[in-house]
Design a protein around this ligand. Structure first.
Ligand SMILES: *Cc1c(COP(=O)(O)O)cnc(C)c1O
Length: 365
């Protein structure tokens, strides 16, 4: 390894029981999402006395946790998600990993967890990808290696205060298309009973708790025959925020692209902010502003809104074909041209098929 890359010294212990060549080939043929994990994982520990220490890549294995471990009771946890992409020439790259690191810093502050320096975050992801390089699929079929850095209060203690022992890990999982039936328009259920975040809450932090609170609404969406759920603001129940794990975009009939502004209750997606810049380059005017649920419903009906799409690292850019609520629905289940244009521009950049004019790609191998 390259311990000089970072102040955090990374010890590497490789497994003597790697997944066999044949088994790996079968997994990479059809990886699904989040089902198979690579041969290794990255770990580091933090205490107030020592700061970050014991950074290491070790064989992938279960963790042993005391039943009193803080995270199991009070959910002091944050995570990140990014992907490693293999380019045509065999090289391996991640997309804007410093942005994930910066967001994890913001999440750390909100959850009273220690800050992992940006360079150590990037070094941790690079170290795991280098050791598990054979798990980075070829790019055909939009495959990639999904990386999941996460951090949690690992002190065994039942009092309510920030943990004094924190563990940070990175695990990796080969990924195919996020949705089982490929890039097809999804249907969205409007949650009118539940919200995901309120003013002063954790909406802008990438934390498991936000997902825990979204599950019952997602369950309702499934019962209503929809793929995903959309949440409104908790104060007025009037403005569109985001899906359970993806940000939203609306395309107007004049070509303007609109996304709900982030004001503390929406997760600031890196895909979302990249699309703002990409749309500018593609010649679309971009607006970040409040979008009411009535604007969505009426706009699709009147033709003012011509396309809706969702975005996030896992599912990239996904067309929204239909919005349903208790008592009605709008949408014609099609994919529009701007959605396709944005999606292609982004994945071409990530897979090295388009010039990286923004300097967004980070070479790992
Ligand atoms: C991670 C996440 C997103 C998407 O963020 P990206 O950085 O684009 O992957 C959107 N909403 C929520 C709630 C998320 O957790």
């Amino acid at each position: 390894m390259h311990p000089m890359d970072s102040p955090l010294q990374i010890e590497v212990t490789t497994t003597d029981r790697p997944v066999s060549h044949d088994r790996l080939a079968a997994i990479l043929e059809s990886p699904g999402f989040g089902q198979h994990f690579t041969d290794h994982m990255f770990l580091a520990e933090w205490t107030p006395e020592r700061g970050w220490h014991d950074a290491r890549v070790t064989p992938y294995a279960p963790l042993s946790l005391d039943p009193a471990t803080a995270v199991l009771h009070y959910a002091q946890e944050i995570f990140e998600g990014l992907k490693a992409y293999r380019h045509e020439d065999g090289s391996v790259w991640t997309f804007r990993p410093e942005e994930n690191a910066a967001r994890m810093t913001r999440s750390s502050r909100r959850l009273a967890l220690p800050v992992l320096p940006v360079e150590d975050f990037v070094a941790s992801v690079d170290a795991l990808v280098r050791v598990d390089e054979r798990w980075v699929p070829e790019q055909a079929g939009e495959k990639s290696l999904y990386l999941r850095p996460f951090m949690f209060g690992s002190e065994a203690f039942l009092g309510v205060r920030p943990a004094r022992h924190v563990t940070y890990l990175v695990i990796a999982s080969p990924a195919g298309a996020y949705f089982a039936n490929g890039v097809q328009p999804v249907s969205i259920w409007l949650s009118e009973e539940y919200t995901r975040a309120g003013r002063g809450g954790m909406g802008a932090a990438k934390t498991g708790g936000n997902y825990a609170s979204s599950l019952v609404a997602q369950q309702e969406a499934t019962e209503q025959g929809c793929d995903q759920v959309v949440f409104l603001d908790s104060a007025e129940g009037r403005y569109v925020e985001e899906l359970g794990g993806m940000n939203l975009y609306f395309v107007q009939d004049d070509g303007t692209v609109v996304t709900p502004e982030t004001s503390g209750t929406i997760l600031e997606g890196i895909t979302r902010s990249s699309i703002i810049e990409l749309c500018g380059k593609l010649g679309h005017a971009v607006e970040e502003r409040p979008v009411s649920i009535d604007e969505w419903r009426q706009g699709v009906g009147s033709g003012r809104i011509t396309e809706v799409f969702a975005c996030g690292t896992a599912a990239v850019v996904t067309p929204v074909g239909r919005l349903r609520w208790g008592g009605g629905e709008v949408g014609d289940d099609t994919t529009g041209p701007v959605t396709g244009e944005v999606r292609t521009a982004l994945v071409d950049l990530q897979y090295g098929r388009a010039e990286d004019t923004f300097g967004w790609m980070h070479r790992v191998l």
